[in-house]
Design a protein around this ligand. Sequence first.
Ligand SMILES: Nc1ncnc2c1ncn2[C@@H]1O[C@H](COP(=O)(O)OP(=O)(O)OP(=O)(O)O)[C@@H](O)[C@H]1O
Length: 706
Amino acid sequence: MDANKCSSLNSESCSVPSKDPVQVFCRLRTLPEECQSCIKLLSPTTLTLTASSKTGRKECNYVFKHIFTSYAGQREVFQHIALPLLEDLVNGKNGLLFTYGVTGSGKTYTLTGEPSMPGIMPRCINTLFNSIADYQAQKLLIKSDRTNGFEVQGENDALEDRLVPIKTSTTKMKTVKRGGGDAKNIYENDGTKLRCVNENNLYAVFISYTEIYNNTVYDLLDETAGKVLQAKIIREDSQKRMYVNGVVEVEVKSAAEAFELFCIGQKRKRTGHTILNAESSRSHSAFNIRVVQLQKDRSHLMVGQLSLVDLAGSERCSRTQNTGMRLKEASSINNSLMSLRTCLEILRENQLNDANKLVPYRDSRLTLLFKNYFEGEGNVRMIVCINPSIKDCEENLQVLKFAEMTQDVKTPKAESRYAPSKYKTPSKTTKQTPSTQSLSSQTPSTRTPSTQTSATSQVKKAISFGPKIPSVELNMENPQENVMVLDSLMKALHARREKREQNRQELAMREQHFRKRLVHIHQDSVLTKSEIRSLKALLRKEKQTNRNLNTKITDLETSNEKLSANNKELQDTIHTLQNTIDEKNLKINQIRLEREKVRQKLILQSEQMKQELDERLCEQRARLQAAILVKQTKIQRAKEILESGTMSGCGSEQQVKIVQEMATPGTPVAATRHRRSLSDSEVWLKYNAINPHCIATIHEEEEESD
Ligand SMILES: Nc1ncnc2c1ncn2[C@@H]1O[C@H](COP(=O)(O)OP(=O)(O)OP(=O)(O)O)[C@@H](O)[C@H]1O
């Protein structure tokens, strides 16, 4: 088949391209009434996140290009963010739009939405077809060249292709339900149109849908694989642009056809139920729209690509409580998001410091696939989706930090260029018969033995050696007749010679064509072999990773079991210690009670003793006073006697007698020594009336000594 192979973008540019920063938008999800918010909006571009940590509450402000509140509708988000990218797309410029955020923050809702509330993707498709519907190229006039470029083929070839049932398994480009007549537009179409469509051009729209699951690329539109999707490899084309090798790229002629493809892919996309989102994306998915426009004279071609990427949500395993496969998915998601962060950080560092540090795009398929957008040409926009719930606060902090940093990264400004095409007239061989044309449109791998037999018969039919050589019978009797015979023989020989020349030319041409085909087949087989080798290497690597992960899982499970056993033992010890503490507390309480009883008893006893001593003291005092009185009386009498003796001349003998009488035994004598009293308990207590002991102090001293 003769075709004009055109490259989609001409990268030969001498001038240094100007750069634009990555535009980052923020969208806040609606919050259920019972939930507390950690986000406060200060202006349409600034928000505050309040995070509480061990050291207290911390408030951080973040500024974005625009912040969409929970009241912002899908239409507003589309018009603000995606419409400019769509305009770029029909102007042949590339664009990347990706949603980033914590799981369940509304990334898929923003990109896809629901039939009644379509998100960015359906609105892009509807708007695109509302605008270019009248300027579409005939189906299959433009075809994928299987190496990230496009070919323009002759109208007859396009017609042939439309008539020949295409085996989608090998052509890498298929049509959806030929004609797509019965496909329905499931998403509401608000009739938005673009103003920048060039009415002189012919447009063709191609869709591909891929996902990156566990760091492996899969084609969601690949129907050859059956239920299990085959891993694809990422290649670099002649212009150093990354693409998924052998990806199915489908030309669609209406929005309904595009949605049908999206639904097919959506069914294959890996989603799963997690604690944080009932239908959580477990892979990163990229819905690619390529718009190819061909100038009416078919001399130039221009391609624009818009990739709508729904990143899987970042998640903390402690919150999701994922195990097994979900845990592996989560760690792969987090790893690839970490690679994205690292790449953007290094890019930013390089740009700020004018450095040339290697950006590790190859660390993850995600960064490798979108490398061109950051390094090459294309507008990059990011939507940070935020669930303002206080539960997501810590993760939102990380997301917002990354988003703010991303705004500092600058990407080369997207430029649109037409690529000139070298148009060749279709070769004679492709113009022969419909059967030969369809044969040439098939790839070698699709040809069956029956098609090969028919090809041989075609070749046989095509080769003729000219008119038959007439039988030469010379008649000697009629020389005139002989002249005629020889004349016809000569004519036949001339014709045959001409035919031979024609055949030789035809053969040379066929040989050339065949050689070309052989080269093509050889290239194909080399590519396929290298692809198989890469896939085998990938498989080996995956198997090794799998083995390592399994070993890790086993190790972790063993240590988990050990920890559980330890934990159980510790719980038992804690329980036993708790019982001992309870018993000891009980005993302490009992001792305290007994001690209190003793204290009360001692207080009572000391009071009784005090009373008793007081009584005795009173008694003794009374007795002493009586004795003193008696003594005083006697002294008085002795005085009187002495005085009267002196006066009456009484002898000294009489005086002595009187004094002796006074000193008779039994007369109480005041003693200076300490007195003691006998207590009830028959214990002698020291009694000191002048310096009495405080009873309370004694008890306290006793307690202390205890
Ligand atoms: N702005 C919004 N308005 C109304 N509902 C929303 C909004 N954002 C998200 N939702 C709802 O929240 C739920 C979770 O959203 P979605 O699936 O889009 O999250 P996600 O960020 O894609 O999560 P994951 O990363 O786990 O795939 C969905 O039921 C969705 O309908």
